[in-house]
Write a protein that binds this ligand. Structure first.
Ligand code: NDP
Length: 413
């Protein structure tokens, strides 16, 4: 339990600073709401995005002139540089889309400001998930004395911190890692995605991939599935998909023999997804419509429900965690499960968004806090599991995501 770890961090370590959040969707709404509650850490907050009215809505919901707003196209590096120079943040938190990652990293390098995000770069024209593009910035960030923290949402994010916690406190060698992600909520709509529809549909329709005995094994989309039992929820059909944190985790914990990622989908969701693909609406290449070039999946996003506004009627829970087996510190076989359950209704009550935005925005705010306190500050480009998990996990529950752990139970995998 998180309560067990109550590290008394010296108050003198605490520093405060200014944060610039880019993007004004569901995840940014949660992160900025949380940051605004921590004036002793975040002395100044600006939220900037393509559509300024969305930034203004976040700021006015928080009230008290706590949050400044601005319009920016984050793909326009000179415009980002001008904004950063004007606001002078200590940290830029990128909660726009993965397409913006490299442009925002460029702007941070040019202005000498630290960087944090929640999703790895994807080229718009190809749904390809790998850290190579962002890891390539490591030397430039290190030489500039700047920190970049990659993948600080829930998955990626907390799942990497959970794995680092297991390695630090419970295991001498992690052999098997299964990240399990269940959304047992019901939003009452026939079909909606829980975060940006374009990014979400690209992710879940790709081929599956997992790590086994030193190599990647590919599967057809949703080919491997089985029911897994989630705490407080019960059994849910779970599908093996590829998820980006597997790449950094097998690199940073080389004792891992097998690493997989499982996500629950309902039959209704999968049927809609199949139809969307079959009729070509998931295409990411341009087509000509009435003489205008459009990208079908971007048009689809425009007609689907806004994930940030699903919260009002959303009921039920999410449950995300890591099921780990390997050798404990004494060399004995050990099985371990660490997870968080989050209520859609409670997330909505607190922030006006659903639990998927909440479980991403809270870790982003927690990671930003780690940077401001100087606890996760190291020149270079790093994945979250490369930092000390203890201070992060000691704050995570306090900020709204309590976590739990269990030992030597049936992991089902
Ligand atoms: P939304 O689509 O709700 O919000 C994205 C925001 O980014 C919008 O405000 C959008 O502006 C803005 N934006 C897009 N392009 C630009 C641009 N060029 N310049 C400035 N702003 C831009 O997404 P979510 O809030 O659901 O997700 C945010 C991020 O979080 C995504 O990268 C997603 O992949 C990631 N995520 C990570 C998770 C994790 O656990 N690690 C889980 C869930 C999401 P506009 O309103 O004008 O379109």
């Amino acid at each position: 339990m998180s309560e067990k770890i109550n590290f008394a961090y010296n108050l003198s370590m605490m520093t405060m600073g200014k944060v610039l959040v880019v993007g004004a969707g569901g995840v940014a709404t949660v992160a900025v709401t949380k940051m605004a509650q921590l004036p002793e850490i975040f002395s100044g907050i600006m939220v900037a995005s393509r559509t300024k009215s969305k930034c203004d809505s976040i700021a006015s919901a928080i009230g008290g002139n706590r949050v400044q707003t601005a319009q920016v196209d984050a793909d326009d590096v000179p415009a980002m540089v001008t904004l950063i120079r004007a606001f002078k943040p200590d940290l830029v938190v990128n909660l726009a889309l993965p397409y913006q990652d490299l442009h925002i990293m460029d702007a941070c390098l040019e202005t000498g400001v630290a960087y944090l995000d929640t999703a790895n770069y994807e080229p718009p024209e190809e749904a390809k998930y790998e850290y190579s593009w962002q890891w390539a910035y490591h030397d430039r960030y290190r030489e500039a004395g700047l920190t970049a923290i990659l993948g600080c949402g829930f998955d990626p994010g907390v799942t990497g911190v959970f794995t680092a916690h297991a390695a630090k406190h419970h295991f001498s060698e992690i052999h098997n890692l299964d990240i399990v992600d269940c959304n047992a909520g019901d939003h009452g709509k026939p079909f909606a995605t829980n975060f940006n529809p374009e990014i979400n549909i690209r992710e879940v329709t790709q081929k599956g991939k997992y790590w086994d005995s030193g190599k990647w094994i590919w599967t057809e989309p949703h080919e491997i599935h089985r029911p897994l039992t989630y705490p407080g929820i019960g059994p849910r059909e779970s599908y093996l998909i590829y998820h980006e944190e597997l790449e950094s985790l097998v690199r940073n914990f080389p004792s891992i023999k097998r690493a997989r990622f499982w996500m629950t989908f309902g039959q209704e969701y999968l049927t809609h997804l199949r139809v969307i693909q079959n009729i070509g609406m998931a295409r990411i290449d341009p087509v000509i419509y009435n003489g205008v070039e459009i990208i079908p999946i971007q048009f689809l996003k425009a007609v689907l429900p806004n994930p940030g506004e699903l919260g009002e009627n959303y009921k039920g829970w999410t449950s995300i965690g890591c099921r780990i087996s390997g050798l404990d510190k004494e060399g004995r076989e050990r099985r371990y499960y660490i997870w968080n359950n989050c209520s859609h209704e409670e997330a909505y009550r607190e922030t006006g968004t659903q639990a998927v935005s909440y479980t991403t925005g809270v870790p982003a705010a927690t990671g930003a806090m780690m940077y401001m306190k100087g606890l996760w500050k190291r020149p270079g480009v790093w994945n979250v599991e490369q930092f000390d998990p203890d201070p992060f996990l000691s704050e995570l529950g306090r900020l709204g995501l309590p976590w739990h752990e269990d030992f030597d139970i049936d992991l089902e995998l």
